[in-house]
Structures are given as structure tokens and as C-alpha cells.
Ligand binder design. Structure first.
Ligand SMILES: [Zn+2]
Length: 425
């Protein structure tokens, strides 16, 4: 079984529309609805599908190419109804805004601005453009900027739509570099436990635990605390522009660090046979931890998602698949005997109340994550875990000058920590 899939992602953005052009886009989305309805109506009348586009396009107040995209979407809906022999057929009588689907560089365009933002231009109607700036999650903007400046990603169709009254643009991008192996076809499963100041990785194969490493990044937590305190001070003093500058600086720092950590994770995984990387879905919900203060909430939230996202797309570049498991009990379950109890974990120590097994708590969690990943996606069975290899710790720090080689021991395995610890890349 060597199925592969090419990597397509949909990136979601909010549209920050210039002047009063929102009405123009909304009108185009209503027009898109009538094009869609008309295409479905004609298809139901058994009009030759090849003729539908030209018949609809004559009356549509949209860019021709965009009309084609929407007709294709309608016919696709018809086709899947035929295919599954469902009762009924797609409706052609609904109203309201419909996603305006457009081809890149035909119905819409994107460009990098000098300020590092991404500008969009959507052709709402012939010769009438809606312009502005895209806003969205760093991780999505990041891929889009990569796509605009390199050949690794190809930008495809996009849909402009309204969600809860807000204009959005959903852009499809395809990784052209390669394909990602099927996750079911993996021989090593790497559980990734992401914490606010470290990431624990455990590689598990049919033969048992291959290796564990804990990548520490205390500087991220430290810098975020520091920025949080400074920003609070300037905000309280009413210096909002300084506040915003600092916020941007903090974000860039954290993002840059997370990129490096995610690269390190993927490199580590590449030493194993046919790896699959497993993450917890919605980790912040784990154990119902109570993050009371605003600071705690912020500090705990950012890195998880972003780091998982950066890692999964870097892994995809390397052809490595990513899987997601339910985070329930991953930190409380004993990897040796399966006993699950909250008291098993005390901060960074794990001690099983049933069998007395003791370990680094984050490593325990990463083993449990790998086990869940195997159960969920692999045909082979989870090996009995009798002993676990020593946990190696690699500390990464930000700037060259203060780099101190970190605690590295047990280098018996193939991965060279020496070249990595404390590297200021
Ligand atoms: Zn136990």
C-alpha cells in the first residue's frame, strides 16, 4: 500500500475591504447564488451540461471565468447526487449570498505589500474590483506568503463569502513539491506532546520505543512573560502605539522560534522508517486545566496550535503524514500498565499509583499519544512496553551569544544532538 496524496490546504482569511466596497462584494455573492440556481435548474431540465455555462454566462453579471467556476461547482453537486443515487437533488431555490468562486489571477489576485501584508483584489463584477488587505492567523498568512514568493505552493481557486456578516476569502493552495505518504502506511509513529516550554517526542514502532527526546525552549515562555509585563505597563500609561509595536515584535519572536522548533521536530522524525507524526487535537482542553488569568490563557494558548501547524506543513514538505488524536487522559495514563488517574502526574513527574512506574511526565504523555496514534491509524498492534530508553533533553536558545550547550546525554542513538543543541540558526 503506497498511496500518496498531494497536499491541498484551504487557508481562511478575513477581508479588510477598502472604502465602501463591501456592498459590491455582497451583490456579487447574490449574483453567484442566482448563477448556481440557474445552473442546477438547467441541469435538472436535462440541458446538455456542456451548454450550461454559455447559457448562464450570457445573463450573469459576473466575470466570465468566475461564472464558469460557479457553474462547475453546481454541476459537481449534481454529479455527486447522481453518483450516490440520493433522494432528491441539489436545491435551486435557496436565496442569500453564495460563495463567489474564482480562479487565481483571473477572478481574483493577491500580492505582497511593502509592509509585509497581503493585498487582495477580487473581481466582483466585470471591471469592478473589491480591494483590501487579508487578515488571518499567522500560520495561514505564513503559507500564503510562502506561496506568493516560492514555487513550493501553487495558489488555486478561492471563494469570497460572508460568514456571520463578515467578508472572508478561503484560498486553496497545493504543495507542488511532493506528495505525502498515507498515514496508514507508517512503520514508526511519533507522539508529540507540546507544552508551553518544551516538546516531548517519542518514536514507537512494532519493536517498542525507538527513542525519546525533549526539546526545551524556555526562552519562548520567558520572552512572552517579559513582553506581557512591558506591554501592560505601556498600555496602562496610555501609550497604545508602543503597545502595538511590542505586540508585533513579540509575535515575530515567538513565530520565528516556533519555526525553528518545528523544523527540529521534523528533522528528528526523519531518522525513522516511514514515520507518522501524531498530535493531540485541542490540547488546551486537556485535563480541564483552569487557566484563570488572562496572562495564563494567552501564555498557554499560542504555541500549541501554531507549533502543530508549522510542524505539520514542514512534515508535509518531507512527505511525512500527520495525524490527530483525542487528548483525553494522555497525561494521566500509565504507559506501562494502563492505569489512569489524575494523581499519576505531579508537575513534570509521572508516578503510577498502581505499578510505581516513574518517568518524565511529558515523555509519558508523548508515549500515550503515539500509542493512540497507532491504534487509530495503523494495522499493526501496539508493542508491550517493558522498558523505556533514557530521555534526552535538548535546549535551544535564541541568540548566539548566550548559547550554552544544553544537557545532552545518552547519544547512543543515531541522532546527533551535538550539532543541534544551542545552535543559533
Ligand atoms: Zn502503571
Amino acid at each position: 500500500m503506497t498511496n500518496t496524496q498531494s497536499l491541498v490546504k484551504t487557508l481562511d482569511f478575513q477581508l479588510n475591504i477598502q472604502s465602501d466596497n463591501e456592498g459590491l462584494l455582497y451583490g456579487a455573492c447574490l449574483e453567484a447564488r442566482s448563477v448556481y440556481n440557474e445552473a442546477i435548474r438547467l441541469a435538472k431540465q436535462d440541458v446538455d451540461w456542456d451548454d450550461i455555462t454559455s447559457r448562464v454566462a450570457d445573463d450573469a453579471d459576473l466575470v466570465k471565468n468566475t461564472t464558469q467556476c460557479i457553474v462547475a461547482k453546481a454541476l459537481n453537486a449534481m454529479e455527486s447526487y447522481y453518483e450516490y443515487d440520493d433522494v432528491g437533488q441539489p436545491s435551486h431555490t435557496k436565496d442569500g449570498a453564495f460563495p463567489l468562486r474564482a480562479n487565481y489571477e483571473e477572478g481574483y489576485n493577491l500580492s505582497l505589500t511593502g509592509g509585509g501584508t497581503v493585498a487582495f483584489r477580487v473581481s466582483a463584477k466585470p471591471y469592478k474590483h473589491v480591494k483590501g488587505i487579508l487578515k488571518g492567523a499567522d500560520a495561514h498568512l505564513d503559507i500564503l506568503k510562502t506561496a506568493l514568493t516560492s514555487h513550493e505552493w501553487k495558489i488555486g481557486t478561492a471563494e469570497a463569502l460572508f460568514r456571520n456578516g463578515n467578508a472572508e476569502l478561503h484560498v486553496n493552495v497545493t504543495n507542488t513539491e511532493g506528495t505525502v505518504r498515507d498515514k496508514e502506511d507508517s512503520q514508526t509513529v511519533v507522539g508529540v506532546d507540546v507544552n508551553e516550554d518544551n516538546v516531548a517526542l517519542t518514536a514507537l514502532s512494532e519493536g517498542g520505543v525507538e527513542d525519546t527526546v525533549v526539546l526545551e525552549f524556555p526562552d519562548i515562555k520567558f520572552e512572552r512573560h517579559r513582553y506581557f509585563t512591558i506591554r501592560k505597563r505601556v498600555r496602562d500609561a496610555g501609550k497604545l502605539s508602543v503597545h502595538d509595536t511590542l505586540e508585533g515584535r513579540e509575535e515575530r519572536f515567538v513565530r520565528d522560534r516556533l519555526h525553528k522548533v518545528s523544523r527540529h521536530i521534523v528533522e528528528w522524525c526523519q531518522q525513522f522508517e516511514r514515520p507518522c507524526i501524531v498530535f493531540e487535537d485541542l490540547k488546551e482542553m486537556r485535563d480541564g486545566l483552569d487557566y484563570g488569568t488572562q496572562m495564563n490563557r494567552r501564555l498557554h494558548q499560542l504555541p500549541f496550535r501554531a507549533l502543530q501547524f508549522y510542524t505539520s506543513y514542514k512534515a508535509a514538505f518531507a512527505g511525512i503524514p500527520t495525524a490527530w488524536i483525542n487528548p483525553e487522559y494522555t497525561s494521566q495514563c500509565c504507559p506501562m500498565c494502563g492505569h489512569t488517574e489524575r494523581a499519576n502526574r505531579h508537575k513534570k513527574r509521572f508516578k503510577c499509583q498502581a505499578c510505581s512506574h516513574q518517568d518524565h511526565a511529558d515523555r509519558s504523555a508523548s508515549v500515550n499519544i503515539a500509542v493512540k496514534g497507532i491504534k487509530k491509524h495503523q494495522e499493526w498492534t501496539v508493542p508491550a512496553l517493558n522498558s523505556l530508553p533514557t530521555v534526552r533533553t535538548v535546549r535551544r536558545q535564541a541568540s548566539g551569544a548566550v548559547d550554552a550547550p544544553a544537557v545532552t546525554h545518552d547519544t547512543a542513538r543515531g541522532y546527533q544532538t551535538d550539532g543541534v543543541a544551542g545552535v543559533s540558526d
